[in-house]
Ligand binder design. Structure first.
Ligand SMILES: C[S@@+](CC[C@H](N)C(=O)[O-])C[C@H]1O[C@@H](n2cnc3c(N)ncnc32)[C@H](O)[C@@H]1O
Length: 192
């Protein structure tokens, strides 16, 4: 908790929250994944690993799980916890490079991408690069799920994805929305 707050004070826009998510939000995020079918799952912005732990508990051992975290301190915390977990690939990098990370693991597309990224506070061009990469990374069949504290970026996300469902998770501090999305044929934003 204290580590998280320190990182937020140093980089409020990229961390985007003063504390890690709670376990009810983690469980609801993982509910977006069909673990029986998933061959490759990606997570963006794992922080201290709240969602990561939940996905590892539920995933099949042979499902590849690529965990991308940009912050050096959080990446080290993830490494200490999960570096020996079968099927888990920890990446100290940028979510916008997701297609390259998938390729390195022998995948063209991810079946599921879950995100803890703070799209409300990230600079617009950074968010656009990430969403454009994500759109390519999920191909035509993958699912992209993100949580947000507000719906301020709903229209923005709809430039890239069709929103299938929005769930409100009250048992989190602060309460959060989970947006579950699929690629859309009627895209507004170009995919670079
Ligand atoms: C709101 S925190 C969420 C942490 C965790 N998922 C949770 O719910 O507790 C956002 C996380 O995204 C990471 N992040 C921000 N921009 C990123 C990027 N471009 N690529 C990968 N991670 C990024 C931050 O370092 C931070 O760990």
């Amino acid at each position: 908790m204290w580590e998280f707050l320190k990182e937020y004070i140093a980089q409020p826009d990229t961390i985007g929250a003063i504390a890690p998510s709670g376990r009810y939000l983690a469980s609801a995020m993982a509910d977006s994944i069909d673990f029986a079918k998933a061959r490759c799952i990606v997570e963006y912005g794992s922080g201290t690993g709240v969602f990561t732990r939940e996905v590892i508990l539920r995933k099949k051992p042979d499902t590849v799980y690529i965990v991308i975290e940009q912050n050096g301190r959080f990446y080290e915390m993830l490494r200490k916890q999960f570096q020996r977990t079968p099927g888990v690939v920890l990446v100290h990098g940028d979510a916008s490079d997701v297609c390259g990370f998938l390729e390195e693991q022998g995948f063209r597309h991810a079946d599921y991408i879950i995100s803890g990224l703070p799209f409300t506070s990230l600079p617009e061009q950074v968010s656009r690069r990430i969403l454009s990469g994500t759109r390519k990374a999920v191909g035509t069949e993958g699912i992209f799920t993100t949580f947000q504290y507000t719906l301020l970026r709903k229209r923005f996300l709809e430039e890239y994805f069709h929103i299938r469902e929005i769930r409100r998770i009250w048992r989190n501090l602060p309460p959060a929305y989970i947006l579950n999305m699929k690629p859309s044929d009627n895209l507004v934003a170009p995919i670079s």
